[in-house]
Ligand binder design. Structure first.
Ligand code: NAD
Length: 255
């Protein structure tokens, strides 16, 4: 059985992931703003470093897997927060746990991206480039100046997917694996808040997958189960769309 850190563990997809992994007998280190084993704010560097320190102490510097679920949507209190949590809250936390993942001899990670990230592929926004340059101040400033939470969300998910794929090349050589899940709409508090938002509600409600429904958190957790298991031992650097066919509908010729 493995020791696995899960961020965003207190709600939605992260909570479902924890339910599955716990039922399979794994030891969990839940990370979230509150109601977790590690209560920390992944939107700031201080919070991320505290999360890393407490996670390392909880796992004795040897960690089998990380599932990076914590994220905020278009209704976040500020646009900069979208960049801070969805990109830097994933990348700084994962970088800080790299050696502990390597120490386990089979470190694996799954990043929860989004189908929204693939909409940026053709023309990556400069704010995504600032994220990939690891320049948080610039990326946050560009996101605030651009003033569109949906663009910041898509850019953060595009950038975190590129980060994950680049990192998987490095990790593959060290016997570690990293994959990304790109969910479509999933019934969670984040999705509910987006549907109720005056600016984005209509667009979110109209963003319906070919299968005609939103997913449920368990359907994303099943993907995580697979990507953390030995059944996916040769899967590395992949983006697994769990989106009812949304990505295929939007860009069938890109894969
Ligand atoms: P959710 O709001 O139910 O859960 C998100 C969790 O992240 C919460 O427990 C929250 O407290 C935590 N979190 C937020 N900011 C944090 C911070 N600064 N520090 C620590 N923890 C923080 O949302 P969800 O829908 O389960 O989202 C999980 C992930 O899935 C997110 O990355 C989201 O972008 C992604 N996603 C969701 C959907 C969807 O339709 N629900 C679609 C695609 C991708």
């Amino acid at each position: 059985m493995s020791t696995i850190a899960v961020t965003g563990a207190a709600s939605g997809i992260g909570a479902a992931v924890c339910k599955h992994l716990e039922a399979a007998g794994h030891t969990l280190i839940r990370v979230d703003l509150r109601n977790a084993d590690v209560n920390a704010d992944l939107s700031s560097s201080e919070g991320r470093q505290a999360a890393i320190e407490q996670t390392l102490s909880a796992c004795n510097n040897q960690l089998d897997a990380v599932v990076a679920c914590a994220g905020v949507g278009v209704t976040a209190p500020s646009i900069g927060l979208i960049v801070g949590v969805n990109y830097f809250g994933v990348t700084e936390y994962l970088n800080g746990l790299e050696d502990a993942l390597s120490a386990s001899g089979k470190g694996t990670a799954v990043i929860i991206g989004s189908v929204a990230g693939s909409h940026m592929v053709a023309t990556p926004h400069p704010m995504a480039e600032a994220m990939l340059d690891n320049d948080e101040t610039k990326a946050r400033q560009m996101a605030e100046e651009f003033g569109d939470p949906a663009a910041a969300y898509a850019a953060s998910k595009y950038a975190v997917t590129v980060f994950g794929r680049r990192k998987s090349v490095e990790w593959g050589k060290r016997g570690m694996r990293l994959n990304i899940i790109a969910p479509g709409a999933v019934e969670t508090p984040l999705h509910q808040a987006s549907k109720e938002d005056a600016r984005f509600g209509e667009a979110v409600k109209n963003f319906v997958a070919p299968m005609g429904r939103a997913g449920i958190p368990d359907e994303i957790a099943h993907g995580v189960d697979f990507l953390l298991s030995d059944k996916s031992a040769f899967v590395n650097g992949s983006v697994l769309f769990i989106d009812g066919g949304m990505d295929a509908m939007v860009r069938a010729n890109k894969f």
